[in-house]
Design a protein around this ligand. Structure first.
Ligand SMILES: [Zn+2]
Length: 433
């Protein structure tokens, strides 16, 4: 009898019987025993054929009591919701212009003083000299040119407090070369200067700012971009090299990195049945790699077994093998805003740079066709593995682990194969041949 009672339902979430939260909803995810019915706060909830269920309860400020019960089991959960006080916006603190030097490569220069979202203008190199003239929320305001500012995290720069005047950087040389599948532009100055990148419909605009010289000293390089393209920027001793590459037209010439999300101690999302995302990601990734190899591509996996791989290492692997395409495989979870758990369902594909939007669209279409998932959308997101411009990068959330209907799908025998087939079909459609 005890065993039966223990199996009437098992909750994956919430983890604690009593908790203090800042969220507007409490999220219940779990598995019900055979033909069990579950009631949460007097509302009977949907249970998928495999027992998976998920439900969200709106919380009010203060103490909330949620009762979950089945025929043999009743449990009470308590949530104390903190009252949210509107944050007072911090004002910009203005000061006289100071010099600041970037401490390390790949430092984001942002359009807003916020460490999140789609606000990266470029990634600056070590020893780039900047002019800063204000601060806000842990960021310096960077003066680029007249009416052009940007923001950089204070921790990423060293402010030069010395009184000594530095000579403004001067232009030395400029050169451009065209190759079969690439165009290269070089610009040399006497010092490392800040730059920005703007992707337009038919061209990429690289701008190098020389703010110490005058208010309007901007060197602009317009580079044509092919239909499918990647690009990269390097800077060494004042020499900028901008390279725009065409993605190979032929599938057999493509190097594709397949990235199984999470791994090792990083389990990823936990599904209704208590299953771990990292394992399903790996299954799909292995199927995908196999399939892409059979189709003739050069394929590299970021992990082939269950182990920890850092985000930096995943990017490094892709850059070192000159990947043309990078596909990160994941399953979604509801996150912090479980407004309606049943609406968060299906396949979504994320990209960061405009050069990856079309691949994301192709893959959303083909995965939903192949795996039978619902279209959940193509969206932008600032995930580290898809930010580099050196490759066309997408992150595929094949299904929601916290959606009971999706849980039936992704735990089925053919899901990994079908999802992999869908991703491969999408890449093929994007590349062409
Ligand atoms: Zn994930």
């Amino acid at each position: 009898m005890t065993t039966l009672q223990a199996f009437t339902f098992e909750l994956v979430l919430p983890r604690e019987k009593k908790s203090t939260v800042n969220t507007n909803y409490a999220f219940f995810v779990g598995k019900a025993g055979n033909s069990e019915s579950i009631v949460i706060n007097d509302q009977k909830i949907y249970i998928a054929p495999n027992g998976a269920f998920a439900h969200s309860v709106k919380l009010h400020d203060g103490d909330n009591r949620v009762v979950i019960r089945s025929s043999y089991n009743t449990q009470v959960y308590r949530f104390f919701k903190n009252k949210r006080t509107a944050a007072v916006p911090e004002a910009v603190c203005d000061f006289d212009i100071k010099r600041a030097v970037v401490k390390k490569d790949n430092t984001p220069l942002r359009s807003t003083p916020v460490d999140a979202g789609m606000n990266r203008i470029s990634h600056l190199f070590k020893d780039t000299t900047l002019l800063v003239n204000g601060s806000k929320s842990g960021f310096y305001r960077v003066f680029l040119a007249k009416d052009q500012i940007a923001w950089i995290a204070m921790k990423d720069v060293e402010v030069d407090c010395s009184e000594k005047e530095l000579e403004p950087a001067t232009f030395i040389t400029m050169d451009s070369k065209k190759y079969k599948n690439a165009a290269v532009q070089t610009v040399k100055f006497t010092r490392n200067l800040p730059y920005t990148i703007e992707e337009r419909e038919k061209e990429i605009v690289f701008r190098i700012y020389n703010p110490e010289l005058s208010d309007s000293s901007v060197y602009t390089v317009n580079m044509q971009k092919p239909d499918k393209y990647t690009y990269n920027t390097t800077l060494k001793d004042g020499l900028y090299t901008f390279k725009v590459n065409a993605v190979p037209e032929c599938f057999k010439d493509c190097t594709i990195v397949v990235d199984a999300g999470h791994g090792g101690t990083e389990k990823g999302a936990i599904g209704c049945l208590g299953d771990e995302e990292k394992n399903i990601n790996l299954r799909i990734a292995l199927e995908l790699a196999e399939r892409l190899k059979l189709m003739g591509a050069n394929v590299i996996l970021t992990r082939e077994c269950d182990g920890n791989t850092s985000l930096e290492d995943r990017v490094k692997i892709a850059k070192n093998c000159n990947a043309n395409i990078f596909v990160s495989v994941h399953l979604n979870s509801i996150g912090d805003i479980p407004i309606n758990v049943h609406k968060n369902k299906g396949t979504s594909v994320y990209y960061y740079n405009p050069n990856s939007k079309r691949l994301a669209e192709c893959v959303e279409k083909t995965v939903t066709q192949s795996a039978g998932t619902r279209k959940d959308g193509v969206r932008t997101a600032s995930f580290a593995v898809i930010r580099p411009t050196e490759y066309v990068g997408i992150l595929v959330e094949t299904a929601y682990m916290t959606n009971p209907c999706d849980s039936v799908l992704y735990t089925s025998e053919n899901f990994a194969y079908n999802a992999a087939k869908g991703i491969a079909d999408g890449i093929l459609e994007f590349v062409g041949q």
